[in-house]
Design a protein. Structure first.
Length: 219
């Protein structure tokens, strides 16, 4: 398991891992989430989590920092002002979400599962050539539109040429009025990619991909 190998390397090199598990509740059917602190050798690590993503509470600030046994003293030494950010309402709301929100979350996961499946059917129909790996969690799809980002004199199969870094995301916004996250802001490997949020109605998702398809095949 990669997490076990990571824990071994971190131990050997004296590195503390801080595992961001804010999306952990959004694991979709067919996948399993392994909390980092449950892996042997992670006693000196931290895990961060929150109800903000899964229960859509991002505006109500609150989160948890969880320490492994060997890191507990360091967590206690964090400055007091670090704990001043969360709001009282945020703490109440996130406590309610974790304690009583299972039924709501289950319904959400069923909807996200249906939407990721729908997206997998829409892309070959409207955007053939766009790479898509069905995600195992969250509501974000990573789309490889690098065939739209060529700098040659003409795009392949009559597709438009998009040479700037924002590339496909800018083209879809300008020509389809569909706002996506540009892949280049996630690192050099993201150039030519876009990130699509499919946490919406199936009607809106279908409309968005249909518009993107029309935009990509404009002369």
């Amino acid at each position: 398991m990669w997490s076990t190998a990571l824990a071994v390397l971190a131990r050997n090199y004296g590195i503390r891992v801080v595992s961001d598990e804010i999306h952990a509740p959004l694991i979709l059917p067919g996948a399993v989430f392994t909390p980092y602190l449950s892996v042997p050798g992670t006693e000196n690590a931290f895990a961060l989590t929150s109800a903000s993503k899964a229960w859509n509470l991002a505006g109500l600030k609150a989160a948890l920092a969880i320490a492994g046994p060997d890191a507990a003293d360091d967590l206690r030494r964090m400055p007091e002002e670090v704990s001043h950010g969360p709001s009282h309402l945020g703490i109440v709301a996130q406590t309610a979400a974790f304690r009583d929100g299972d039924e709501w979350l289950d319904a959400l996961l069923r909807g996200l599962d249906a939407n990721r499946t729908l997206l997998g059917k829409l892309l070959p129909e409207h955007l053939p050539g766009v790479g898509y790996t069905c995600p195992e969690g969250t509501y974000l799809a990573w789309l490889d539109c690098s065939h739209l980002a060529t700098e040659s004199a003409g795009g392949p199969e009559g597709l438009p040429v998009v040479a700037d870094l924002a590339g496909p995301a800018k083209m879809f916004l300008d020509k389809a009025r569909v706002a996506l996250s540009s892949g280049h802001v996630f690192g050099t490997g993201g150039t030519g990619h876009v990130r699509l949020n499919f946490a919406t109605s199936q009607a809106i998702l279908t409309e968005a991909v249909t518009r993107m398809g029309r935009a990509a095949h404009l002369d």
